[in-house]
Design a binder for this molecule. Sequence first.
Ligand code: FMN
Length: 196
Amino acid sequence: MGWLVTYDSVYGATTAAAMHIAEALAEQGIEADLHPIGVEDISNYDAIVLGSPIHMGRCTKAVKQFLKKNRMALTSKQVAFFFTCMSVFSKEYRSSFPLYVDPSFDDPNRPPARLRFMADNHTVSYYLNQFLKLTPGSQPVAIAFFRGRLRMADLKLIHRLLMRFAKFALPEVQDGDFLNPTVIRTWAQSLQGMAS
Ligand SMILES: Cc1cc2nc3c(=O)[nH]c(=O)nc-3n(C[C@H](O)[C@H](O)[C@H](O)COP(=O)(O)O)c2cc1C
């Protein structure tokens, strides 16, 4: 049974999450291959765990290309998706698959959005409506949203400007490393039955 954990990452947070997932699987006796997005031939894998950061409400271009290229192949595999992001409103979403949302997004003291449309664009349904169109025919075994990492000082200028606006609109978007290895590993452990 071949497992692949593959990911794209712009600033490293999703790479770190993928490494936690691969390690947690290894602790369960599952030796997954860990690769940046772009693996040419996925035919040897039965189970694929794919991660992307959410940038401007969407997965990255490289993830999109991978999904497009492997659209047919993915329909016959067990797939799970994970995302790292800084803001997600989750309450309203009903899914036909196990959906996991990092509990730190559900802070009852989370500050309210200053701009309503930005809150509306940072929901599970908004993100998944975009994303699931890219994977027609595949039935995800699980999907997770993890709180990621934002270091304004490291961002390239255009990203820094965009995120300055996002921080104004959604005060919960904060500078800092919010990746929670325990949360990520616990989710990864729940995947162990996915390819049995
Ligand atoms: C240009 C840019 C756009 C972003 N857009 C979103 C977004 O739409 N929603 C969100 O929750 N987080 C957004 N983020 C935050 C990232 O998803 C978060 O920092 C993530 O952990 C980054 O992962 P990476 O380090 O693997 O690239 C954005 C970050 C950047 C730099």
